[in-house]
Design a binder for this molecule. Structure first.
Ligand SMILES: *[C@@H]1O[C@H](CO)[C@@H](O)[C@H](O)[C@H]1NC(C)=O
Ligand SMILES: *[C@@H]1O[C@H](CO)[C@@H](O)[C@H](O)[C@H]1NC(C)=O
Ligand SMILES: [Mg+2]
Length: 287
């Protein structure tokens, strides 16, 4: 009897379940339908909401002159370039012509450079050169000491592809103006005892004289050395060529305290220097 009880109870439970089951299934179906509908509605709303949200978010950050999508894209493009996430590009996107123009001539470019130079002064405050005549500091020349902004303005700030012949014609004039804050830094470094070495990919044979003249007429006086690309380095990437020259400089006993350039290829490779400082340049890329 005692043994029967469980099975009896079970029979009752199953019978009760039969009645319950129908109600439970109906309720579950209703629940499923209502959640599905709710989900669909939310999805439809959310899609629109997400889109609107991202557009507003973008505008809030880049409000003012940068409220259209091309401006937003060009800001991203320029950031990717400066962070070295975009490499080997030959021209700037045509839609970014006005954006890059605005950046280069609207004041922000020089503000960015001035802030970097503030960082350099901060770095200099914390170091103690040995003062033995071997404390070196390296500068690149083009768009680091001397500005080619006038040339690139005629090239739609880099929308037109690099033309070596035309650039040579421009550089031969020796009329590239100094970047004022760099000239101040240059003078300060020499004054406190650094040996300033100018290292450029410019061709020694064809641009040697014009470059010396240009540096002089812009006030870059008192540098230790101007190293230009001699025939044996023709065709080499800037990274390879500049690394090799820096190796030679180190071999001669110099310590490279700092290295400043507008291209990543000025700063990459070997013997880069204790600190490197990258200037902005959204107009062209040198490998
Ligand atoms: C953007 O700036 C304009 C005025 O220049 C202002 O009316 C608007 O509210 C600003 N929008 C955002 C999202 O900050
Ligand atoms: C850096 O040095 C290494 C080892 O000497 C060499 O293999 C490499 O080619 C050098 N890189 C550059 C960019 O000069
Ligand atoms: Mg340069």
């Amino acid at each position: 009897m005692h043994a029967m009880e469980p099975s009896c109870n079970m029979a009752w439970t199953v019978a009760a379940m039969g009645k319950w089951k129908r109600e439970v299934i109906v309720m579950m179906l209703l629940l499923l339908i209502s959640t599905t509908i709710a989900k669909e509605v939310r999805k439809a709303k959310g899609g629109r909401h997400r889109k609107r949200h991202s557009a507003t978010g973008g505008q809030a950050i880049i409000n003012g002159t940068s409220s259209n999508s091309s401006e937003a894209y060009c800001l991203s493009w320029r950031m990717a370039v400066e962070a070295n996430n975009m490499r080997g590009w030959r021209t700037i996107p045509t839609e970014c012509w006005r954006h890059v123009q605005g950046y280069m001539v609207g004041g922000q470019y020089y503000r960015d450079i001035n802030l970097i130079i503030d960082q350099i002064y901060g770095y200099l405050d914390g170091v103690t050169p040995l003062g033995d005549g071997f404390d070196a500091w390296i500068f690149d020349v083009d768009d680091t000491c001397l500005s080619n902004l006038y040339y690139y303005r005629a090239k739609r700030f880099g929308c037109d592809p690099y033309n070596p012949t035309e650039f040579k014609t421009w550089a031969s004039k020796g009329e590239s103006p100094a970047i004022p804050a760099v000239l101040d830094l240059f003078n300060k470094l020499i004054q406190v005892g650094f040996k300033v070495i100018l290292l450029t990919g410019r061709d020694q044979e064809t641009l040697g004289e014009a470059t010396v003249d240009n540096l002089l007429n812009q006030g870059f006086v008192g540098y230790e050395r101007l190293i230009m690309r001699s025939p044996e380095y023709r065709g080499q990437s800037a990274v390879m060529y500049k690394s090799e020259i820096r190796r030679q400089i180190m071999e001669q006993g110099y310590r490279i305290w700092g290295n400043v350039g507008d291209q990543w290829s000025d700063l990459q490779g070997n013997f880069s220097g204790d600190r490197t400082f990258k200037f902005p340049n959204p107009m062209y890329f040198v490998p």
